[in-house]
Design a binder for this molecule. Structure first.
Ligand SMILES: Nc1ncnc2c1ncn2[C@@H]1O[C@H](COP(=O)(O)OP(=O)(O)OP(=O)(O)O)[C@@H](O)[C@H]1O
Ligand SMILES: [Mg+2]
Length: 218
């Protein structure tokens, strides 16, 4: 269970995140959507312990694993990158590289990968470890349709195996529909909509949400 109370982040007196109360049950997947600058990354970074909130508190299960919005390659091969922080997991690393269809690239320099390949590699680095809370910031933003499908299927299997809670941000309605049981839409740092993805998309509660969702369907 994740519990958030009175959480706020301000930059130079401007509030970029304001979440009075949020509860997320253990084991589900929550998608975060909202325009650029609406506070998705800010919320994920605070939950990851990567950014200090200005006010309020939160409590999460641990350990927490976090995939930043900007993924990067570390020095070394694809396999070495997968094993970072999990040196004794070679068998599992090979399995996840196979799962994400990166196995034929395992001995290549990670820095030589394409954007979508690199994003899948960053995800593999998480899959070899276990956690209770998985935070993914736009995990499929660089993936093509096939890559997105691979990644979401692997995510589903990982969640089943570990029982972890997943919070992922996305600009793709299909990702929210396919991966999440719950969708939050942020508007200028505040939760504007909260419900089952299908319901939020089909019956948006407020005029603002309706307009946002219409834009999403374009
Ligand atoms: N270090 C900072 N100093 C000042 N403002 C910041 C800082 N970091 C983030 N912000 C502002 O906070 C707001 C929320 O940013 P955030 O990165 O959380 O948005 P986002 O919803 O993840 O957007 P995107 O869809 O573009 O990734 C933005 O207006 C951003 O400019
Ligand atoms: Mg972001």
């Amino acid at each position: 269970m994740i519990e958030i109370d009175g959480l706020k982040k301000l930059y130079h007196e401007r509030t970029v995140l304001d979440v009075p109360s949020l509860r997320v049950q253990q084991g589900g997947t929550l998608a975060l959507a909202g325009a650029n600058g609406s506070g998705k990354t800010t919320l994920l970074r605070i939950l990851a312990g990567n950014l200090q909130q200005t006010e309020g508190s939160f409590c999460t299960a641990s350990p927490v694993l976090y995939l930043p919005q900007r993924t990067y390659a570390f020095r070394g091969t694809v396999l070495e990158n997968t094993l970072l922080g999990a040196k004794d997991q070679k068998e599992e690393a090979l399995r996840v590289l196979e799962e994400l269809e990166l196995i034929r690239l395992k001995d290549k320099k990670a820095s030589s990968l394409s954007g979508g390949e690199l994003q899948r590699l960053a995800f593999c680095r998480l899959l070899v470890r276990s956690c209770r809370l998985l935070l993914l910031d736009e995990p499929t933003s660089a993936c093509d349709a096939a890559g997105t499908k691979l990644l979401l299927e692997a995510l589903g299997r990982y969640r089943k195996k570990t029982g972890c809670t997943v919070i992922l941000s996305t600009h793709a309605p299909t990702v929210a529909l396919r991966a999440a049981q719950r969708l939050l839409i942020l508007n200028d740092g505040r939760i504007e909509a909260d419900g089952e993805p299908q319901t939020v998309l089909q019956s948006p509660g407020s005029p603002w949400t309706k307009q946002f969702v219409e834009g999403w369907k374009l």
